[in-house]
Each structure stands twice: as C-alpha cells, then as structure tokens.
Design a protein around this ligand. Structure first.
Ligand code: ATP
Ligand code: MG
Length: 286
C-alpha cells in the first residue's frame, strides 16, 4: 500500500507552545481552558487506525492510519475530493466508517456504547461555513450549547461566551445577529463558540477558504494563538503559511489515502511522494 509510514515517534515540541503568561505586558486569560484529559503529553489524543469508508460502492477512505498527540497541531492537505473532510468528520462521528478504529482521548468513536453527544461536546469543530444560528444573537450562539449540553447556568454560560468573544476581539458585537457580521468575524465567533465548551481537541475544516482575503489573517491569528497555547488541533487547510508557522506535522491525502504523514520540515523540505511534490509546487506557485 502507498499509505503513510507510521507517524513520527514523538511530536517536535512546538517551540512557541506555552500556557505561561509572559513576564511583561498585559496579563490575559488563555483562549482555551483545556478540559481534563486522560492522555498524558505526547500520547495519542486522536488515534486513527486503519480506517476505511465507503459511500455505497465508492471507497472514500482507504486504510487511513495516523495519530495526533496531545498538544500537537496537524495540518491535513490534499487535492479536492481526496477525503480530507470525510476523515475529520469521522473523528467526531459526523460520518460513520465501516472499517478500522478511531479513539479520542481513549474513547472509541464507533463503539455503540459511546455517548456521542458527550464526545462531540469535547471535540470542537469549525467548518468552512460558520454554521452559526442565524436567528440567535452572538451571545445566544455562544451560550446555547453550554447550557443545553453542559448544563451550565445562563449567567455562567453568557459570562464564558463574552470572555471568549473579547479574546477574539469582538466583544462590541455581542448583541448582534450573525448576518450583521463579516465572514471573518463570524468565523471568529464560531471558534469562540467551540472553545466555550472546553474542548480537548479542535478540528477545523478549511476555516478560511470561504473568506475574503483580507479576513483570512484575523482568523488565522486566533488559530495561531490557540496552537501556541497547546491546543491539540487537526486542521484541514491549504494555508501553508499557517502550516509552516505552527504545525508539527503535515498529512497529505490523495484519493482517500494518507500518502504522507511527515514532520513539517520534512514535508516542506522534500516531500517523499511525487503526488505531494506536484501538489506543493502547484499551491506554492500561487
Ligand atoms: N455524502 C456523500 N455521498 C457520496 N459521496 C460523497 C459524499 N460526501 C463526499 N463524497 C465524495 O467523497 C470524496 C471525498 O470528499 P471530501 O469532501 O472528503 O473531500 P475533500 O478532500 O474534503 O475535498 P475538498 O477539498 O473539495 O473539500 C469526494 O469524491 C466526494 O465526492
Ligand atoms: Mg473538504
């Protein structure tokens, strides 16, 4: 099989990753308050093991194996239709798969006994199209799932939501509806909403690809900050600047297979497969 080699033994420590407050400058709360996890640093937080999936006769994923360790940032890239969205949707059981196994913080995603709403509440997901509730204010968008899924009281949920809104630079917009915000602002609200659930991992599916170019940076800045605070992240993106800055590893998919799973330096320095070389030269030439 052409699938990837096993992932590297241990993540390269993210040099910028730190929960410490700098000794000088304003003291701000971290974006993410990581929830308690079972996984110790360096152990797999997301383990994808030999996963295959079919839509009818069409095999969309073939023997995908990779692991994302606690605190690691993994960028997933590859041509359109290669299975990137499908793979990360399998991680929080938005898509079922027929073969293999996925565990998140030790919990088997496809096990019938797994409490999926509980699992999903711990796995933050941000999509290309922000999926905010259009009829709810930003404050209500931020507090709804906290109240319904985590059972937080209204005051606590609103306070948490507003604190995160402030951290993504949007406190003044709390009373508005999503349609009154720009795409970049809506995406930052979507990230804040996911973080309000104290997720143990964050999944992103092309979070900036629907944005006007001038709004991409403001969303990436929030994601960079999150990565530097030590959040475990799987990010489908073609923003190679982001990958170079904060990724530990890059996964390259093609036709449903993980063709490369490499440290960032190796991937950008000398991708092993011809398919990844062609892909990189195409996207880096623009
Ligand atoms: N619900 C579905 N039923 C049948 N085929 C599907 C379904 N969803 C996706 N596919 C097919 O599965 C393949 C992988 O789709 P997927 O959305 O995972 O690709 P992707 O790598 O995320 O692509 P893109 O970069 O365009 O977002 C594609 O060929 C797609 O047409
Ligand atoms: Mg996709």
């Amino acid at each position: 099989m052409t699938s990837s080699a096993m992932p590297p033994a241990a993540p390269a420590p993210n040099p910028a990753s730190s929960l410490e407050v700098p000794p000088t400058g304003p003291v701000t709360a971290p974006l993410a308050t990581p929830a308690a996890t079972q996984a110790a640093p360096g152990t797999p937080m997301i383990a994808i093991d030999n996963v295959s999936k079919w839509y009818g006769d069409f095999q969309v994923l073939t023997n995908c194996t990779t692991a994302t360790r606690k605190g690691e940032v993994v960028v997933v890239c590859g041509p359109s239709g290669s299975g990137k969205s499908t793979l990360i949707k399998c991680v929080n059981a938005l898509e079922p798969f027929q073969k293999g196994q996925i565990t998140v913080d030790g919990t088997q995603v496809a096990n019938r006994k797994t409490n999926l709403p509980k699992l999903r509440s711990r796995v933050g997901m941000v999509f290309q199209h922000f999926e905010l509730f259009p009829h709810l204010t930003i404050t209500d968008n931020l507090s709804l799932a906290q109240r319904k899924v985590l059972g937080r009281g209204k005051d606590e949920a609103v306070a948490k939501g507003l604190a995160l809104l402030e951290r993504v630079g949007l406190k003044a917009h709390a009373h508005k509806f999503p349609g009154q915000l720009s795409g970049g602002q809506q995406q930052r609200v979507a990230i804040a909403r996911a973080l309000a659930m104290n997720p143990i991992v964050m999944l992103f599916d092309e979070p900036t690809s629907a944005l006007d170019p001038e709004m991409v940076g403001e969303v990436l800045d929030v994601m960079v900050e999150l990565a530097r605070e030590g959040m475990t992240m799987m990010v489908v993106t073609h923003e190679m600047g982001f990958a170079r800055k904060v990724a530990n590893r890059v996964i390259f998919m093609d036709k449903g297979e993980i063709v490369e799973d490499a440290h960032k330096e190796d991937f950008f320095g000398s991708p092993r497969s011809e398919r990844a070389q062609q892909f990189l030269s195409r996207i880096l030439s623009h």
